[in-house]
Design a protein around this ligand. Structure first.
Ligand code: MTE
Length: 322
């Protein structure tokens, strides 16, 4: 595995032109077998392997019209999780040693209730919900993913944040022995992220514990990650071990690595290009037969969630606060 510091990675590598591995396999197969067999093979990728534990008592929130989820194979095989390597296939390939149980989360800072909490103590008082969200990566690709989780605000409220809590900072676990990417200076480990308190409390922001009705696989951020659907994917920090209420805006990993390229807000915005590529459109990730017909679609302001979240940013210059 070749790992370099983030600013040295070329955009063509960050957004690999090399297509998702199944496509090559299917293209190869296409010379030998017909279209209907290809379709059957692509459909078979939808089945979830039996070693994934199903989550009980999940309330399904109906998806808005027109959102068709990506397959389980796409959602768990095409990932960004640099703690396991920088290729899209690395997180699935290199996370076999990762142990998401037992798991503790430290709650710190400007709140009445602080301390160390077991995963179950955080999650079990809440109703799990399945929500089908658009997910837009800063690298100009997107997916539709059925996440399972709890509105983050419902969990945070239990700690009674004080009036000084203007932001919420998050930190990923540091385990170089289980996360081979952390042995290299790709980013300043551990990965850190942050939200304003209003963003953290917004009902769309999910604390995710599962995907496709099963426990979150390691490559997707087991056992606990964020999902902030109107922001670029890098805000949705994985494998969280620390949550801190702060008065000052907290540092964030990608902003520290390349401040001209990645801002604190990172709201999906087709009008504000990344300095090295356009954000006006996105490639819809697909594998199997779908990759032969892979489409580009226009990117929507706030990733299609403007009606729900634009009011959080009234009066803020979104070109400067990217
Ligand atoms: N969290 C940590 N700790 N490390 C990472 O490298 N990558 C981010 C985000 N959270 C990342 C992370 C980026 S760039 C994206 S696009 C999403 O995770 C990818 O989530 P997914 O692999 O579940 O689709």
């Amino acid at each position: 595995m070749l790992i370099r510091k983030a600013p040295d990675i070329r955009p063509s590598e960050i957004t690999p032109e090399r297509v998702f591995r199944d496509r090559r396999r299917l293209l190869k197969a296409a010379g030998f077998i017909g279209a209907s067999a290809l379709l059957a093979e692509a459909r078979a990728a939808d089945t979830i392997p039996a070693n994934h534990r199903r989550l009980a008592n999940v309330k399904k929130v109906p998806a808005p019209a027109g959102l068709t989820p990506n397959t389980f194979e796409e959602v768990t095989g095409y990932n960004n999780f640099y703690e396991f390597g920088t290729d899209k296939s690395d997180p699935a390939a290199n996370s076999g040693k990762f142990r998401p149980k037992p798991w503790k989360v430290a709650i710190e800072g400007e709140a009445e209730v602080t301390g160390s909490f077991d995963f179950d103590a955080l999650v079990s008082p809440h109703q799990l919900e399945e929500r089908i969200y658009r997910f837009r990566c800063v690298e100009a690709w997107s997916m539709v993913i059925p996440w399972v989780g709890i509105p983050l605000g419902d969990v945070l409220k239990r700690f009674k944040p004080s009036s000084k809590a203007k932001y919420v900072a998050f930190e990923t676990v540091m385990r170089p022995e289980e996360m081979p990417g952390q042995r290299y200076p790709i980013l300043d480990w551990p990965y850190v992220e942050g939200l304003t308190i209003a963003e953290a409390m917004h009902p769309l922001t999910l604390l995710v514990t599962g995907v496709y009705g099963v426990e979150l696989p390691a490559q997707n951020g087991a056992p606990l990650r964020l999902m902030v659907p109107w922001k670029y994917g890098f805000k949705s920090i994985k494998s969280i071990v620390r949550i801190r209420f702060t008065e000052q805006q907290p540092p964030t990993s990608w902003n520290l690595a390349a401040p001209d390229e990645y801002g604190f807000y990172a709201n999906v915005n087709p009008k504000v290009d990344h300095p090295r590529w356009s954000q006006a459109s996105e490639r819809v990730v697909s594998s199997g037969l779908g990759s032969l017909l892979a489409s580009r679609v226009p990117t929507q302001p706030f990733n299609g969630y403007a009606a729900q979240v634009a009011s959080l940013y009234t009066g803020l210059d979104l070109a400067r606060n990217f």
